[in-house]
Design a protein around this ligand. Structure first.
Ligand code: AMP
Length: 559
């Protein structure tokens, strides 16, 4: 019996040795008449054959615009049909799609476009408080006087033009609907020839990671990386062409575009986008009206769906499965998702952008207890290990850093060999920065981020443990625990709590509840009641912001 914290996933399922374009063509041919994509907020429905036409049109237009193999094409838009079409079209012409967070503002956009050297940018016109056109006009004053494709920008010398998804755009922009005319100039044969040149190990996607320190880094992923990850995630879920998958998570993150879009592509399942960005009611409505079988979400999305005042009105009985991932999945929330959302087979997945993303996943037939308390076992064709600070593999049951090796590990950070070398060691292991424990059966539990651990008076406290405990209180809907500086103990525990609607509870009551049930040093000193946490668009709570805010509040409150 191997007692080291090392496991290898099953080897029996072969990896797909093909490009994304080849996989797309195969699915479009095989499931031509079945529904491929439903975009509810745009009122659009495409069969695989119709989607293939759209993708072909966009791909040939990109060729007409002179997009070369390996050139970067950015997309800056909330979830929409064009996002999906662009993803597959860029893959067909071998252009590297650069996912740009729709919440980015001008300076962040500038950074991503410059760092990746984008030749073209595809953008929405406006969304929520972001006026994309206005930000681009400000960033690129030369655009207005340039013919599409001939931009000469001092700030972004590699950018040749911008394509707007709007019907009408300011001078200098090309509009999406004009792509059909451009495509007509390019013979279908040219696209076939381009596709034949592509290799599956070539980069096809750059995703900027939501790093909390330093500049964002562009995780560079190949066809092989992400196509296979989408495939393996779908296999775990048992997807097939009759499945209908609701994708409320953002497409600019791998949860949407890999686990969602490529998971469906590799199984002929239907992709359903309920709204441009997450809206609980639109998600519930999409499940009910589309008779969806599978639902994805980060934990906060499931909490919002569970607590939605009109939830009982929606018939969710078509659901059988789904994935909760992206952040710690609280046990109580998992239980409610199973009971109240009918997702009996729901699974937890764990991963990170740099590993395409998923490296561990629970299985539908794992015992309930394991499905709600662990992130499962190593995915097929991958390896996991847990190491100490010196990189030595720890015995089972001990806490250390989780590392992943295999087909899913990114090619590297775009144009940043130093950061790549810090993340991927010479043995090709990707270091996650997450603290985890592996049990005898190979099930892994995530206990925190290495830098999130609270050290209070010499006691190590994992915020996750305190959060899980507070979740058991009936009034608590969501909770996040952080450490704040303290003169006496070095650090003290602070809990930010969101209450269920209609429940009242104060700090005293929660403190008493903790004192009666957990060790005294784990009882939060501070409780703060909030309506929301500072979050990234991908549902990651920004604990560093909470810490800053709490620190400022405590500093001000001090005599
Ligand atoms: P990203 O690269 O944005 O996908 O973020 C990756 C990080 O999300 C990981 O390093 C983890 O800290 C966190 N994460 C993802 N999935 C889970 C999960 N199931 N449980 C706990 N943390 C998770």
């Amino acid at each position: 019996m191997n007692h080291l914290s090392y496991t290898r996933g099953p080897q029996d399922k072969p990896l797909l040795a093909m490009t994304i374009g080849q996989a797309f063509d195969a699915t479009a041919a095989r499931f031509a008449e079945r529904e491929a994509l439903v975009v509810r907020h745009q009122g659009l429905r495409y069969s695989w054959a119709e989607l293939a036409e759209q993708v072909e049109c966009c791909a040939r237009a990109l060729l007409a615009l002179g997009v070369q193999q390996g050139e970067r094409v950015g997309i800056w838009a909330p979830n929409c049909a064009e996002w999906c079409i662009t993803q597959f079209a860029t893959a067909k012409v071998g252009a590297v799609l650069v996912n740009i967070n729709p919440a980015y503002r001008g300076s962040e956009l500038d950074y991503a476009l410059k760092q990746s050297g984008c030749a073209w940018l595809i953008c929405a016109d406006a969304f929520k408080t972001s006026d994309y056109h206005a930000m681009l006009v400000a960033l690129l004053p030369e655009l207005a006087s340039s013919q599409p494709g001939t931009l000469r920008s001092a700030r972004l010398p590699r950018l040749r033009g911008v394509i707007s998804l709007a019907r009408q755009a300011p001078a200098g922009f090309l509009c999406w609907h004009e792509l059909a005319g451009l495509a007509a100039e390019v013979a279908p044969q040219r696209l076939t020839e381009r596709q034949a040149l592509l290799q599956f190990d070539e980069p096809i996607n750059i995703q900027y990671t939501s790093g909390t320190t330093g500049s964002p880094k562009g995780a560079t992923l190949s066809h092989y990386n992400i196509l296979n990850n989408g495939y393996m995630v779908g296999e775990s879920l048992g997807l097939n062409e009759r499945d209908r998958l609701v994708i409320p998570v953002p497409l600019y993150h791998c949860f949407g575009m890999v686990m969602g879009n490529l998971g469906c592509l590799t199984h002929g399942s239907t992709m359903i986008y309920p709204a441009p960005s997450f809206e609980p009611e639109a998600t519930l409505l999409a499940v009910a009206e589309e008779r969806a079988t599978v639902l994805y979400g980060v934990p906060t999305m499931f909490i919002a769906a569970l607590d939605h005042p009109r939830r009982a009105e929606f018939d969710l009985s078509s659901l059988r499965s789904g994935i909760m991932a992206g952040a710690t999945c609280p046990i109580e929330v998992m239980r409610r998702v199973i009971d109240e959302l009918h997702m009996g087979e729901v699974q937890i997945a764990y991963g990170m952008t740099e590993t395409s993303p998923v490296s561990l996943q629970t299985a539908a037939d794992d015992e309930l207890e394991l499905r709600v308390t662990s992130v499962g076992r190593t995915q097929p064709q991958l390896e996991s290990k847990i190491v100490d600070a010196e990189g030595r593999i720890l015995p089972r049951g001990e806490t250390g850093e989780l590392c992943t090796r295999g087909y899913s590990v990114m090619l590297g950070y775009w144009d940043n060999p130093q950061a790549t070398a810090e993340a991927i060691d010479p043995g090709r292991w990707m270091h996650s920065g997450d603290l985890a424990v592996m049990d005898e059966q190979g099930y892994v539990r995530i206990v925190g981020r290495s830098k999130d651990m609270i050290i209070r008076g010499g006691e190590n406290i994992y915020p996750r443990e305190v959060e899980e405990f507070l979740f058991t209180h009936p009034a608590v809907a969501d909770v996040q625990v952080i450490g704040v500086a303290d003169e006496k103990y070095g650090e003290e525990i602070a809990a930010w709590v969101q209450l269920h609607p209609g429940h009242a509870c104060d700090a005293e009551a929660l403190r008493a509840y903790c004192k009666a049930n957990i060790a005294h040093f784990k009882v939060p000193r501070y409780f703060k009641f909030v309506d929301a946490f500072p979050m990234t668009v991908t549902g990651k709570v920004q604990k560093f912001r909470m810490r800053e805010q709490m620190q400022a509040e405590l500093g001000q409150a001090a005599p």
